[in-house]
Design a binder for this molecule. Structure first.
Ligand code: DAH
Length: 360
């Protein structure tokens, strides 16, 4: 189909417009001149609008081609304007401002993150035990029954191995229920003497409440050598408690039982919830009975400890006649709770920024 005379004329006008536009743009030397030329070209009453209006006066069958031609021209003109504006701005030092930009407004700030309280406590624990000469070690979270139970003197029939008390993965593999597994791994590979600590996550099918989670952190400690005694254990853990909570911290070692230690004890710290109600450690506090942190116990268990059982040493081929050792395992969330007087462990996993942003 041949172009109609009107279409040909319109396209000729458009092409002439581009040539004229390029000349006028080149002649604009200031932002104000450029603004004027721009308005005459692409403004509401500009030449491009004129061309577009002319299209509607063409015969129907010619409109599509003419429309396309005019669009191409309009784009070229806009591009020429943009290029020239950049040149004029550069030459005149003019800074083109977005008219919606208000430089008097404060900037948009990106809030800083903060370290999680469990991370902060872990760092502190690391610092303390490193200073006491312990090496940091780690072990896998998916374990086998040997490292989680057998080598730790927890025999096959022991209730701690029940499926209802553990997250078994397949066969006798499970998500470790304690970091004591790392004791075994270390003793299997190192010759005494050594001192190690092993932070990590552990898993138990607990019902979540103010003091229990089903996944939490422990730090295991182990020291084996000649002449390691319970006095070493006490000195070490007392130093830990004082470094963590200050010299005035109230602690107590309470006789306990663990299959992998003999003797065994638990280290308790005075319950922070009760302490806030006043009174000393042993007084019968009015209202302590309904303390949500300790349930009226007045003390909070922080870790289990003891002298490594000779059977455990034998299971990893360390001679218990020659070597002795102590071990401990602490709950990191509990340490954090005591540190910041939290009355609910769930605060540590809810990821509420109103809580988390307080730890900076
Ligand atoms: N593994 C024990 C638990 O999960 C804690 C523990 C107690 C670790 C005594 C030890 C220890 O190393 O000697 O409750």
């Amino acid at each position: 189909m041949s172009q109609s005379a009107e279409t040909a004329e319109l396209i000729a006008r458009a092409e002439a417009l581009v040539i004229g536009a390029e000349r006028e743009l080149a002649a604009s030397k200031t932002p104000a001149e450029l603004a004027e030329v721009r308005a005459s070209l692409v403004g509401k009453k500009g030449a491009v609008k004129d061309l577009q209006r002319s299209i509607s006066r063409l015969p129907k069958e010619a409109r599509r081609d003419a429309g396309q031609a005019v669009n191409v021209i309009a784009k070229r003109i806009q591009a020429a304007i943009d290029t020239r504006r950049a040149e004029v701005d550069a030459a005149t030092g003019h800074v083109a401002l977005d008219p919606t930009f208000d430089p008097s407004w404060p900037g948009t700030s990106v809030p800083d993150g903060s370290l999680h309280p469990v991370t902060l406590v872990l760092e502190e624990i690391r610092r303390i035990f490193t200073r006491l000469g312990f090496d940091e070690v780690s072990g896998p979270e998916v374990e086998d029954a040997w490292h989680n139970f057998d080598a730790l003197n927890i025999p096959a029939h022991h209730p701690a191995r029940l499926p209802s008390d553990n997250f078994y993965v397949e066969g006798d593999r499970l998500l470790r229920s304690q970091t004591s597994t790392v004791q075994v791994r270390v003793m299997e590979t190192r010759e005494p003497p050594f001192r190690v600590f092993a932070p990590g996550r552990v898993y138990r099918p607990e019902t979540v409440d103010a003091t229990h989670l089903y996944a939490f952190h422990q730090v295991e400690g182990l020291m084996v050598g000649e002449d390691v005694t319970f006095a070493d254990l006490k000195a070490c853990l007392r130093t830990f408690a004082e470094s963590m909570y200050g010299a005035g911290v109230q602690t107590r070692f309470r006789p306990s039982y663990f299959p992998f230690t003999e003797v065994s004890a638990e280290l308790d710290l005075r319950c922070p919830g009760c302490l806030d109600r006043g009174g000393d450690a042993n007084s019968a506090l009015p209202g302590a009975i309904d303390c949500s942190v300790c349930g009226g116990e007045r003390w909070m268990e922080v870790l289990g400890c003891g002298m490594v059982h000779p059977r455990v040493l034998r299971s990893v081929e360390i001679d218990p006649e020659r070597y002795t050792g102590f071990a401990f395992g602490m709950g990191v969330e509990r340490v954090a709770m005591r540190r910041w007087k939290l009355d609910d462990i769930r605060l540590l996993v809810e990821n509420d920024v109103r809580f988390l942003s307080q730890f900076r």
